[in-house]
Design a protein around this ligand. Structure first.
Ligand code: 5GP
Ligand code: ZN
Length: 118
């Protein structure tokens, strides 16, 4: 399933070329703490497969994307935020604020989260 993209920051975290605080690993996904956290818990959950944006998710990728949510559920429980509540959100392209073009689920919690987001 290795599809590393040479200039992709998150592919470099997957290969270990760039360090990250990795807190979860499965066959299809890893998760690590955001370097610039926007909440007491701010974890990024990424597929091992390089997929640039939600628009690039293929029919064959559905179980991979589902596994990101399975990771979110597990990490939220481990972080103690499952019952109070948390947000799992993925930005797509520039207008939504996507800056790293390897899909990632933001898992945010540990404080009250406003809605709608800005
Ligand atoms: P986006 O804006 O693309 O939805 O989210 C990208 C996220 O990646 C941001 O929240 C940003 O703080 C985080 N980020 C950017 N570079 C790094 C890095 O080198 N390491 C880690 N752990 N997070 C990063
Ligand atoms: Zn990548």
């Amino acid at each position: 399933m290795s599809t590393a993209s040479p200039d992709c920051l998150f592919c470099k975290i997957l290969t270990g070329d760039i360090a990250a605080d990795v807190i979860y690993e499965s066959d299809t996904a890893i998760a690590f703490r955001d370097i610039n956290p926007k909440a007491p818990t701010h974890v990024l959950i990424i597929p091992r497969k390089h997929i640039a944006t939600i628009n690039d998710i293929g029919e064959d990728d559905h179980s991979i994307v589902g596994s990101l949510y399975a990771a979110a559920r597990e990490i939220a429980a481990d972080e103690g935020i499952a019952n109070d509540g948390y947000r799992a959100v993925m930005n797509c392209n520039a207008a939504a604020g996507q800056t790293v073009f390897h899909i990632h689920l933001h898992l945010l919690g540990g404080r009250e989260l406003g809605w709608p987001p800005g």
